[in-house]
Design a protein around this ligand. Structure first.
Ligand SMILES: *Cc1c(COP(=O)(O)O)cnc(C)c1O
Length: 353
């Protein structure tokens, strides 16, 4: 019951190297399911890339990365006094750099953490997720106490064109009382800026070390290096109207029922909701008609170059597909390509050549 991610190692490593070379000061982001690869693999890969800092999403992810990467580990989620993971010994490891987005938290962290703990302050952006607002910078400077301030972070939406917003924050920081409080050259951590925008920002702010935090474009930026495959586990002929599966639904057409590896445990059929639910997209899915109108859903499994229909909702570790009789039937044991969203997929095997 295997869902396998096969990676063309030479091609993938060449892509990683190219992204690192194009992004001086790169901070690889490793979080969640490690973009499908697993945090432990990405941590080792980051060591191989030779970066001095990686970013993880949460404190729960720190331990897995600390033991496999020698440099600093920046935690992207802002520190909060009530996080249970802070009880783990790794939380205040000297290599951990904390993100703080509220003045009250800065004071509380100063009390909870060993003297000399390093922090990055975050400013709120049009994302409206976390961070200080501009008027809180002098209070933040006053609340630093014995914490060491090493940088400032802004997290930007994925849609482009946020250079001006970043630059306004850079200007605000440079003009604030924080300016004198940085240890070493102030680092400015940014996300989702293009190469041109980064270059412009560096030109405008020569006093700051601009550090792009990159996940998707780094690990998943060359999809051609990645292949996801499932196996055909069984095949049965079915007639139109025949009832099959847990739900005993009648099949709307005759053909072959394929049982393939990959189910809800792997994240199959559990797409994250997409934002694109506009009229046009709904019209497109209506136009797909046919088996969808009969209540079937399109699966991520591809056979003969096309995505095929689930015969019923995916099971925990396998899925049942309905293959119309016009399509040649793959043999038991054959491999199928699967089109997945990597950040929501758990692979049984990750095979990097
Ligand atoms: C996840 C995350 C990133 C990386 O996002 P990608 O789109 O995967 O490159 C950068 N910064 C922050 C704060 C994040 O949470």
């Amino acid at each position: 019951m295997t869902l396998t991610l096969t990676v063309d190692g030479d091609r993938w490593r060449a892509h990683l190297r190219q992204v690192a070379d194009a992004n001086p000061g790169l901070v690889p982001v490793l979080k969640g399911n490690g973009y499908g690869f697993g945090l432990h693999r990405l941590a080792r890969r980051a060591s191989w890339l030779g970066v001095d800092t990686v970013a993880v999403g949460t404190y729960a992810e720190v331990a897995e990365v600390l033991s496999r990467f020698d440099g600093d580990v920046l935690v992207l989620s802002p520190w909060r006094s009530f996080l249970p993971e802070l009880a783990e010994p790794e939380a205040y490891d000297p290599r951990v750099v904390h993100t703080v987005g509220r003045v009250a938290d800065l004071r509380a962290l100063g009390e909870a953490a060993p003297a000399g703990t390093r922090v990055v302050l975050e400013g709120v952006t049009s994302m409206a997720r976390h961070g200080l607002d501009r008027h809180a910078l002098s209070d933040a400077a006053a609340a630093l106490g014995r914490l060491r301030l090493v940088g400032f972070a802004v997290h930007l939406p994925m849609t482009g064109g946020h250079l001006d917003e970043t630059d306004r924050w850079a200007a605000a920081v440079e003009a604030s009382q924080l300016a004198g409080r940085f240890e070493g050259r102030p680092q400015l951590f940014v996300s989702h800026l293009g190469a041109g925008e980064l270059a412009t920002l560096r030109e405008r702010r020569p006093g700051l070390d601009v550090r792009p935090r990159v996940g998707t474009q780094l690990w998943l930026g060359d999809r051609g290096a990645l292949r996801v495959r499932a196996q055909v586990l069984d095949a049965h002929e079915v007639e139109r109207g025949e009832r099959i599966g847990y739900r005993q639904r009648p099949m709307p057409v005759g053909g072959t029922l394929l049982v393939v590896s990959g189910g809800t445990t792997h994240g199959i059929g559990l797409e994250a909701p997409t934002a694109a639910s506009g009229l046009r997209q709904r019209a497109t899915s209506l136009a797909k008609g046919g088996l969808q109108a009969a209540g079937l859903a399109l699966s991520p499994f591809r056979i003969a170059g096309k995505q095929r229909w689930f015969a019923e909702p995916p099971h925990m570790q396998a899925s049942m597909l309905l293959l119309p009789s016009s399509v040649p039937v793959p043999a038991v044991g054959d491999e199928l390509d699967v089109q997945v969203r990597f950040t929501t997929t758990h692979f049984d095997v990750v095979d990097i050549s």
